[in-house]
Unconditional design. Structure first.
Length: 280
């Protein structure tokens, strides 16, 4: 069962307007004798799944489509070839950026503790992808219990060894609405074409005040935080095959200056970024 949250969770920060609000509908998680519970869902673009949490751990994987996942402290863009590991008890909301084919697995608490206690974005290789799909598509069958147990064990090994990505975007708490408004605006439009001064004016605060709030709440300046949003956005676009020149233009860069920024921050050019094809 999912627990929903309201008061301690601020407004969603995503790049698309909310068109449909929905409550989470997880599988039955009452039987802790079962190691894994599967879930297959199709979600339309624009759906926002309201903040909630689970007592089981959760692996969110989209076969196709892109989602933003938001926790009280960070936002993560999740394109295909990536999954999110959510430990038990982590409050999260999901915004569907493009039509999603979701395949999730829930890990009972005794198994979830063998993975990280923090949210992780995981690169999904070919083997891990097939293991997730196998667990979702095939219910536990007593006749093939040994096979099922082996698939669960191998999936856990793959989850532990899979590469983690670091493109997480820190979010402020809800103590200052002006800062939240600015973050909402930047995540909706991370382009350099909109200056800090314009964002500050729209948020109803001075540049000096917002600069101080950014440093106090997020431990970094506005320019550095916006670059993180831009990098997360760019990586999601690269994975979907969007041309580098298009990504650069949308973010307010020339192709060469965008490549320079990307290389400086991630240590490689956009063309070298390992978008993956599902290979392990």
């Amino acid at each position: 069962m999912a627990t929903t949250h309201d008061a301690r969770y601020h407004a969603p920060i995503f790049s698309l307007p909310v068109t449909v609000m929905a409550l989470a509908a997880p599988p039955d998680l009452s039987d802790t004798a079962v190691p894994v519970q599967p879930l297959a869902r199709t979600y339309p673009r624009g759906l926002y799944i309201e903040p909630h949490e689970h007592v089981w751990g959760q692996v969110l994987y989209a076969m196709s489509g892109v989602m933003w996942l938001e926790t009280p402290h960070e936002a993560l863009v999740v394109p295909p070839q990536r999954a999110v590991w959510l430990p038990p008890g982590v409050v999260h909301g999901i915004r569907v950026v493009s039509d999603l084919e979701m395949r999730n697995i829930y890990l009972r608490p005794a198994i979830a503790v063998t993975l990280e206690s923090t949210v992780q974005v995981i690169e999904v290789g070919r083997l891990l992808r097939e293991l997730i799909l196998n667990l979702v598509e095939q219910a536990q069958d007593q006749q093939w219990q040994d096979y099922y147990d082996a698939v669960v064990d191998l999936a856990l090994l793959e989850l532990r060894r899979a590469k983690r990505t670091v493109l997480k975007i820190p979010l402020p708490d809800s103590s200052d609405r002006r800062l939240i408004n600015l973050c909402q605006a930047v995540m909706a439009s991370p382009s350099l074409d909109v200056s800090f001064e314009q964002h500050a004016e729209n948020a109803g605060a001075s540049v000096r005040t917002l600069a101080r709030l950014f440093q106090a709440a997020l431990g970094m300046g506005f320019a550095e935080w916006r670059r993180q949003v831009q990098l997360a956005t760019a990586v999601a676009e690269l994975i979907q095959g969007v041309p580098i020149s298009t990504i650069a233009r949308d973010l307010g860069y020339s192709p060469s200056s965008f490549s320079d920024m990307f290389r400086r921050e991630l240590g490689m050019s956009p063309s070298q970024y390992p978008v993956g094809d599902g290979a392990a």
